[in-house]
Write a protein that binds this ligand. Structure first.
Ligand SMILES: *Cc1c(COP(=O)(O)O)cnc(C)c1O
Length: 413
């Protein structure tokens, strides 16, 4: 195999079936954005929608807009737009609250559905909020639940007849490794356990097959690959046949069967509506609603192929251009189990990432020593990958990362 060149990558860009999607995003000039897995770029149609919602729907319509602008339908309408991306039916997904809050809802729901069992099984490497929320829920329930953590590869074998719930993040936020949703869900069901899948790094990164895998519960994030904006509403999935069995722990009035009857007794609303708690944030919902329109004509097979290609190209560039620089690619090399990112460990990762960002190459740092580069096929070009790796190479070769300012860590990495 001959080494990659910038020209060969420019040819890939020219032949890329997704190349026009970039025009639907506002990617700043001079920035190579490899962090769309953490905060997606701004879809160009969003500012006009927000302006309309603020000036017309809110400013002019005032409270009348709850009916006239159908504000209360947004959570369900957005859920229906997310559903095809995660392999669910339109009435199995609803948008609301944050990923963390939605986790609380589904953990408590699942534990109630499996009352005879006490073990929540997850992995050490799971995203911290998932583990923290489980700890908080267990503390409140106070029935002797145990959070059992094993290594990712040992999950399937660790599911037994004490397991109430298996709670996993489908694509690992640090390494990008993908869990086998179908096999783990099947194993859990065989042993009488329920499963929650966290799709934070999956929704919009690849086609997820919740229904085909017979998944029970899932939650995911609106501001990563779905480009809904900072702190965008998240989403919840509950398989159709489980919905009516779910007793919400966060039993707010918007999830009530008849919120405007103002009665004293809580009764859960129909289907996914019971996952709603309080008044939806209409500005944020509107941004996410418009952001999701970019997916209308996207073939997820084409998207996944480009995403994997980008991972392969980036990994090859690290080998070809950055040999001997002490960078270790910790991403699974196998396409079948790799998400839409490449993660590299290096002892000076924090400082190197600061210098990369200073030069317009935006990725992120994950403790203790990981540089993370995310690939968003809708607005990234192959030549961006070349340019990013050339800048990375220069920073490490010249020691430009070694600056006093980079010895102090910012609050948010
Ligand atoms: C990003 C992410 C979250 C985010 O949770 P928030 O409530 O939005 O802060 C949760 N879980 C995983 C796996 C994530 O990657």
């Amino acid at each position: 195999m001959t080494n990659l060149t910038r020209e060969s990558l420019a040819a890939r860009d020219a032949a890329d079936p997704l190349r026009r999607k970039r025009d639907e995003f506002d990617v700043p000039e001079g920035v190579i954005y490899l962090d769309g897995n953490s905060l997606g770029a701004l879809p160009r149609a969003v500012p006009a929608r927000i302006k309309h919602v603020i000036e017309q729907e809110w400013g002019e319509g005032l409270i009348r807009s709850w009916n006239r602008a159908k504000w209360m339908e947004l959570p369900g309408r957005i859920g229906a737009k997310i559903a095809p991306l995660v392999g669910a039916r339109a009435d199995e997904v609803i948008a609301c609250d944050s990923t963390s809050v939605n986790l609380y809802k589904v953990i408590t729901a699942a534990l109630r559905l499996n009352p005879g069992r006490r073990v929540i099984l997850s992995e050490h490497a799971n995203f911290p909020t998932d583990l923290y929320i489980a700890q908080g829920a267990m503390g409140l329930i106070d029935k002797g639940h145990e959070l059992k953590l094993v290594e990712g590869a040992e999950i399937a074998d660790a599911i037994d007849d004490r397991t109430a719930l298996v709670m996993l993040t489908h694509i690992d936020f640090k390494s990008g490794r993908i869990h086998d949703m179908r096999a783990i869900t099947a194993k859990a069901h065989e042993k009488g356990a329920l499963v929650i899948w966290d799709l934070a790094h999956s929704a919009g990164a690849l086609q997820v097959e919740l229904d085909a895998c017979n998944a029970d519960f899932a939650i995911g994030c609106g501001y990563k690959y779905l480009n809904g904006g900072p702190g965008a509403p998240a989403f919840v999935f509950i398989r159709k046949d489980l919905q009516e069995k779910v007793q919400p722990a966060l039993s707010g009035w918007i999830g009530h069967k008849r919120p405007f009857d103002f009665i004293t007794q809580y009764e859960p609303g129909p289907g996914m509506h019971r996952m709603l708690v309080g008044t939806p944030p209409i500005l944020a919902m509107s941004a996410l609603d418009t952001a999701l329109d970019v997916w209308r004509d996207v073939d997820m097979k084409v998207l996944r192929a480009k995403s994997l290609d980008m991972g392969t190209v980036f990994s090859r560039l690290l080998v070809e251009r950055c040999a001997g620089m002490n960078m270790v690619n910790i991403t699974p090399p196998d396409d079948a189990i790799r998400g839409s990112q490449v993660s590299v460990s290096h002892p000076e990762s924090y400082a190197i990432m600061q210098e990369l960002v200073a030069r317009g190459v935006i990725g992120d740092f994950r403790a203790p020593d990981c540089m993370r580069f995310g690939f968003t096929p809708l607005y990234l070009r192959f030549t961006d990958l070349w340019d990013a790796v050339e800048i990375l190479r220069d920073i490490v070769a010249t020691g430009a990362w070694d600056k006093p300012a980079y010895k102090v860590r910012a609050a948010i990495t």
